[in-house]
Design a protein around this ligand. Structure first.
Ligand code: ZN
Length: 148
């Protein structure tokens, strides 16, 4: 698969979300990539036009059209055939987390947990050692080359 350079911002809470129909569900599950969900969100939920969507995701209109088409086809398949939907992967990575120390106002970045970074509760301020900090980047997704 070709790598795209950039992407839009997606809420962090959707990572590896799984939707399973109640009762009997058929397998295999449908894998929806994060970029496909983002395309669907921008076009069908937010209501942007295609030019705006493509710009927001940093891809060409043709590429956006292809991603959106794949997303709609997968979702339609899952809904009509009763298949679970799993949202994962694609060409997104989580941006480095950015923290601000409450005590000394130092601002620093920590790589995502998925790249070997510490969990949030383990992180102390590299300048003063305080555990009191706040996230400055909450819910934002960034550009990257690695798959999740
Ligand atoms: Zn500090």
């Amino acid at each position: 698969m070709s790598r795209r350079r950039c992407c839009g911002l997606i809420d962090e809470t959707i990572v590896c979300e799984t939707f399973i129909p109640q009762g009997y569900s058929r397998w295999p599950e449908v894998i929806v990539q994060l970029e496909e969900l983002e395309a669907l969100r921008l076009k069908d939920k937010v209501g942007l036009d295609q030019v705006e969507c493509a710009a927001a995701m940093g891809v060409s209109r043709a590429t956006f059209q292809r991603i959106l088409g794949a997303a709609r086809s997968k979702i339609a398949t899952a809904l009509t055939e009763g298949r679970p939907i799993i949202i994962q992967g694609g060409n997104y990575t989580i941006k480095n987390r950015v923290f601000e120390c409450i005590d000394c106002r130092h601002v620093w970045e920590v790589e995502p947990c998925s790249a070997g970074g510490k969990h949030g509760y383990e992180i102390d301020c590299p300048r003063c050692g305080s555990m009191k900090k706040r996230r400055l980047d909450k819910g934002q997704w960034g550009c990257g080359e690695e798959n999740l």
